[in-house]
Ligand binder design. Structure first.
Ligand code: AMP
Ligand code: GLY
Length: 291
């Protein structure tokens, strides 16, 4: 089997390396790739968010499978273009990728699928923002509705800072603060069957003692033992399986990896957010552990 990995990061390096070690895989290509990937795979230039460009490259190389690493091409519909070109693709459609692409869409799916999460309010005007901040109280959780590479969320007890962030975004989700240890669970699905991988945790805040702002993640480890087998079973049953079933029922089947960011609160696991791709750097530890 010939495989093409799309992306440029450490996550894509981990995916390409894991694929190269699979006895069924005869050739690994990456585009655009990076110098680390070039050590064991062939690199090709591509505009990764241009579906026609990626599909043309896949056909030219004669690959059997395209694996899309980052969220931007998925949200842009690159998986749809690749499938339309007759090539199998690991990664959700543009529609299904809205689970990450729009926080408001994700919250609506959670509500309709009965998935436990923080109660949200979607705001577009300064008046709505003020009202929502007063309704929930401190600590404030303010999220840019659009893709922000893991940096769109401000959690703060400083009302002015919360207001500032909200007013810098076109549309925000303001929600209840959830307390507890945070953990991520990654599940692979073809749209119907869902298989969990191992839980992982990343290090989000910059500076010692977590004193800095949230980053996209600066390190990760797995297993994350805070997610016990009992809790993992609950997360699959209460969060991930109902979401995949809901997406299938609404005719936007979710295919690829579904990344659930979870807070283990006193009243049970709650979903913070979905991502439509592997975490970076969680993918690096997961691929190392995957047989
Ligand atoms: P997100 O981009 O939605 O994963 O948010 C980034 C980080 O903000 C999360 O990993 C949490 O640490 C924190 N966060 C997000 N939502 C909440 C919430 N409702 N309560 C507490 N912390 C949150
Ligand atoms: N490390 C968190 C993320 O990839 O979103």
């Amino acid at each position: 089997m010939k495989v093409l990995v799309i992306g440029t990061g450490g996550r894509e390096h981990a995916l390409a390396l894991a694929l190269s070690r699979d006895p069924q895989v005869t050739e690994v290509h990456a585009a655009p790739g990076n110098p680390g990937i070039a050590a064991f795979a062939l690199l090709h230039p591509v505009n990764a968010t241009d579906g026609a460009d990626v599909a043309a490259l896949a056909n030219r190389l004669g690959v059997d499978l395209v694996v899309i690493g980052p969220e931007a091409p998925l949200v842009a519909g690159v998986a749809d273009a690749v499938r339309q070109a007759g090539v199998a693709c690991f990664g959700p459609s543009a529609q299904a990728a809205q689970l990450e692409g729009s926080k408001a869409f994700a919250k609506q799916v959670m509500a309709e699928a009965g998935v436990p999460t923080a109660e949200p309010r979607v705001c577009t005007t300064p008046e709505e923002v003020e009202a929502a901040l007063d309704f929930f109280g401190a600590p404030y959780v303010v999220k840019d509705d659009a893709l922000a590479a893991g940096k769109g969320v401000v959690v703060t007890s400083d009302r002015a800072e919360a207001l500032d962030h909200a007013n810098s975004c076109e549309r925000v989700v303001i929600e209840a603060f959830l307390d507890g240890p945070e953990v991520s669970l990654f599940a692979i699905t073809d749209g119907v069957t869902v298989v969990p991988l191992q839980p992982a945790q990343d290090f989000k805040r910059a500076l010692d003692n977590d004193a800095g702002p949230n980053t996209g993640g600066m390190g990760a480890y797995s297993p994350a033992r805070v997610l016990t087998p009992e809790l993992e079973a609950r997360v699959m049953k209460e969060i991930i399986e109902p979401t995949v079933a809901y997406m299938a029922q609404k005719e936007m089947p979710y295919q690829g990896v579904l990344f659930a960011g979870l807070m283990l609160t006193e009243t049970g696991p709650k979903l913070i957010e979905y991502n439509c791709r592997f975490g970076d750097p969680e993918c690096q530890v997961l691929m190392t552990r995957l047989d």
